[in-house]
Design a protein around this ligand. Sequence first.
Ligand SMILES: Nc1ncnc2c1ncn2[C@@H]1O[C@H](COP(=O)(O)OP(=O)(O)O)[C@@H](O)[C@H]1O
Ligand SMILES: [Mg+2]
Length: 279
Amino acid sequence: MNSDNGAAIETEGLEFSYIDGTKALANVSIRIPAGKKVAFLGPNGAGKTTLFLHFNGLVKPDRGKVYVAGREVRYDRASLLEVRKKVGIVFQDPDTQLFSSSVKQEISFGPLNLGLSREATEQRVRQAMEDTGILDLQDKPTHFLSYGQKKRVAIADILAMQPQVLVCDEPTAWLDVKHSRQIMEILDRCNARGVTVIISTHDVDMAYAWSDYIFVMKDGQVISEGVPLEIFADREVLQEAELDEPLLFKLSKELAGKGCLKEAAPAKSVEELIGRIKG
Ligand SMILES: Nc1ncnc2c1ncn2[C@@H]1O[C@H](COP(=O)(O)OP(=O)(O)O)[C@@H](O)[C@H]1O
Ligand SMILES: [Mg+2]
């Protein structure tokens, strides 16, 4: 586990263009604090997915470096295996990640591939299924599952590898409110055990309420970073990244401005806001 003041992942001057010439990352130098809940916010095409693919060496930068837990990522087979044990990525579309026949087989594949014993694998797989609430689905073929269920299997798949850093690309895309909440609770439980959780999203309300720290991306660059209250107080950044103010943030500000709140600090939940209304 990382210490609180260490960096889970750092990048230095990352540059990356796709084969068709699209420049997807331009000089990205960031430091992602360990043990935190971190969101990357930005419009479609900002470069979030491309950046995530660099975090465990799935993509090699044209220029620049990536460090995981302080160690520079190298691109030989042995080093990549090491880095992929530390950093697990859950892709946006679970269908690109799942391929085995049953849920249990699917989740077992990673740990078995690490060379773990049957017993150790069983134990990890069970824990991962428990953590994601899919024990009852273990014998089902993955292709029969609903989208929300597949999403949880995809997370269990990665959790069974026991990574220090869990990266989820758009974890709540296409999910309704209830299923989004389920997913975010799974991520919270991982974080409570010390795992650094990194997500991408364009849901400003979720990023505001959930994150400890936010990076804002636009056109392949990180244009701002900070705690949610700093990010959402910066109108220029929001405008540049085409992001709205989170509803709770905006309402808190308006109500505080009219003298309706006992405490001026913006609320992070509806309950918190209601509790602050005078009268
Ligand atoms: N396989 C690809 N080939 C060419 N261009 C790509 C590919 N994947 C993404 N891009 C381009 O790279 C840029 C960054 O995309 P992406 O990392 O997917 O952004 P985001 O995840 O923030 O939506 C966009 O301009 C996108 O069109
Ligand atoms: Mg993306």
